[in-house]
Design a protein around this ligand. Structure first.
Ligand SMILES: Nc1ncnc2c1ncn2[C@@H]1O[C@H](COP(=O)(O)OP(=O)(O)O)[C@@H](O)[C@H]1O
Ligand SMILES: O=C(CO)[C@@H](O)[C@@H](O)COP(=O)(O)O
Length: 559
């Protein structure tokens, strides 16, 4: 009798569950649940206004993903819960929330319902940039040795800038929280009844290291004396390595999901990192881009190398025995989404409808008729800041070369190309720093939906591009970890590498660079490079000045 594992992928706007056969990786079915509160970036449900660059979520939506998708999956597939032996989950990160000692989120308590700082701060909450700047300055001044593991700069997306923002702006929330936890770990807590912290988010997002632990209390004290004991209070909890079992489904969670109590639950994981086994990567030289709303790049290395502007290098941070590297682009599909929502005429909308295409497909088909370089456009991919290699969320978008003849499909293509240039910058930085890369693997929505974009990536980075065999890369990866949590004696695996070989999937087709396009894109990339350094490395801080003017005006308007 085959055994099964469930993988649940908690994305930025929805959660997806997939039921997978252990041993083959065959996906029987999947279910999706859109978060009712989506991303709160303007106001809370009661109308409380949020500031510029805020992005919050309501953790009830995560529980609703489990209670909707898992029973539906069991019903649709007809698989008996007796044969579902494991479950794994992955989350966006750093997506963090303040909770009480029993795991209750502060935002569930009536007294904090109108307090923005009581909610989940989503990974793309960028309002703690001033804290990140101060942290980076102090860490550099104090010669903190861990800073190099994060490419020399901590991002405002991460845990410490976010909790420091709470301490500064809402000290009562800081005092009221017993723990500050990643949503990746909170959901595991809800499922098993036990708190755990996974090595991936602790390592990449909270500066924890397998050998050295967290930065010293002297460092936290230098940030703010009130943070001195943070690692033994709000962050305290032993860190567990990926691939371990976190616990088992509780009776209460069994009632909610239809799973059997006692089903093995894998330790929490991150949507990008968890996808490595899903695409059969079990060694070095292959960089994986999870291309959706944003792109996260993950890669295995044999040694710890210092790579400027990477998000981090964490020992065992992706697979045991390797140094896991992460880099990323804060906005990829979001660029295209912004464009189709704001810059396409009703004439185009109507034409797309007539051809029974969605607007992305319509624009892509038109853009695919163009040759590389034909539009005369070049864009910077910073509509949501720059995560790597500049690590600066205050950078903004730019498109150069527009004329009265410029068409929407040309701009759409220029935005796709810009994200490919951003990826090339990241790849070149890794290679220059001694981390070898020979192939690009792609997973996530865009890798499945847009063949033109994938060919552009192959041409811009001049590397073969391989595509994930599953439309649900992260969820499949989570299910693989779920099978490992169950263990061999229950019908799963003891070894993540064997599970990867058996259950990971890649498509047979490969995008091979076209030499004619490679030559044109080399020239365009040279232009991108000049603009990248001019606007991104301080020669011209116009983007920051504009943002400052905007913030001041909005603040005055709201007062
Ligand atoms: N055909 C397409 N070509 C390019 N981008 C697309 C296309 N269809 C949707 N997108 C973009 O893909 C993103 C969603 O990616 P997906 O992987 O499904 O979600 P998530 O990042 O939330 O996991 C959106 O930002 C959307 O703009
Ligand atoms: O930053 C990370 C992982 O480190 C991602 O979780 C974050 O970019 C969100 O990814 P999505 O684009 O929503 O899939």
């Amino acid at each position: 009798m085959p055994k099964y594992s469930i993988g649940v992928d908690f994305g930025s706007l929805s959660g997806r569950s997939v039921l997978v056969e252990i041993g083959t990786g065959k996906e029987l079915d999947s279910c999706i649940f859109d978060y009712p509160h989506a991303v709160m970036d303007k106001q809370l449900p009661d109308g409380t206004k949020l500031g510029v660059d805020w992005a919050l979520q309501d953790p009830q939506d995560y529980i609703d993903v489990l209670s909707h998708t898992i029973p539906e999956l069991i019903k649709k597939t007809g698989v008996s819960p007796d044969d579902i032996i494991g479950i794994g989950t992955d989350f966006t990160a750093c997506t963090v929330l303040p909770v009480k000692a029993d795991g209750t989120p502060l935002c569930f308590l009536a007294e904090y319902r109108s307090q923005p700082h009581a909610y989940v701060k989503l990974w793309k909450h960028h309002a703690a940039q001033d804290k990140a700047n101060q942290l980076n300055e102090i860490a550099a001044k104090m010669g903190q040795s861990w800073l190099h593991r994060y490419g020399g700069k901590i991002s405002s997306e991460w845990a410490i800038p976010k909790i420091w923002q709470i301490l500064d702006e809402a000290p009562e929330i800081y005092a009221a929280m017993d723990y500050f936890v990643e949503a990746a770990d909170w959901i595991i807590w809800q499922m098993t009844g036990v708190q755990s912290r996974n090595s991936c988010t602790a390592g990449y997002k909270a500066m924890w290291n397998k050998k050295d632990g967290y930065p010293s209390s002297a460092f936290f004290k230098a940030l703010d004396p009130r943070l001195e004991d943070i690692t033994t209070t709000k962050l305290s909890c032993p860190v567990t390595a990926l691939g371990e079992k976190a616990g088992e489904i509780t009776a209460e969670m069994a009632k909610l999901t239809g799973l059997n109590p006692g089903t093995a639950v894998a330790i929490g994981n991150v949507d990008a990192h968890v996808t490595i086994p899903a695409v059969k990567i079990e060694g070095t030289g292959k960089i994986l881009g999870i291309m959706g709303t944003s792109t996260c790049h993950v890669l295995l290395g044999d040694e710890e190398k210092i790579v400027p502007g990477m998000c981090g290098v964490v020992e065992d941070g992706i697979l045991p025995g390797f140094f896991g590297y992460e880099a990323g682009q804060s906005c990829v599909g979001d660029h295209f989404d912004w464009f189709v929502k704001n810059c396409v005429s009703s004439e185009y909308e109507a034409a797309a409808k007539k051809e029974h295409k969605n607007i992305h497909e319509y624009l892509t088909d038109k853009a695919a008729m163009l040759d590389a370089g034909e539009s005369g456009l070049v864009a910077l991919d910073w509509w949501n800041g720059n995560r790597s290699v500049l690590v600066d969320v205050d950078l903004t978008g730019l498109m150069l070369g527009m004329t009265l003849q410029t068409k929407p499909e040309e701009m759409y293509r220029a935005l796709i190309e810009a994200t490919a240039y951003g990826t090339r910058k990241i790849i070149e930085t890794f290679i220059k720093s001694g981390v070898p890369i020979q192939e690009f693997y792609a997973s996530g929505g865009i890798s499945q939906k847009n063949a033109m974009a994938m060919q552009i990536y192959a041409d811009v980075i001049n590397l073969p591009v391989r595509i994930a065999g599953s439309k649900q890369g992260p969820a499949l990866g989570s299910a693989i970890f779920g099978a490992v949590a169950a263990g061999k004696t229950r019908g799963g695996y003891d070894d993540i590498f064997q599970a990867t070989r058996d259950m990971g999937k890649l498509r047979d087709d490969v995008y091979i660079p076209n030499p004619v396009n490679v030559a044109v894109y080399d020239k365009l990339y040279a232009e991108y490079d000049i603009l990248h350094d001019y606007f991104g490395r301080g020669d011209n801080n116009a983007m920051k000045r504009l943002k400052k003017i905007k913030k001041d005006v909005i603040k005055a308007k709201n007062n």
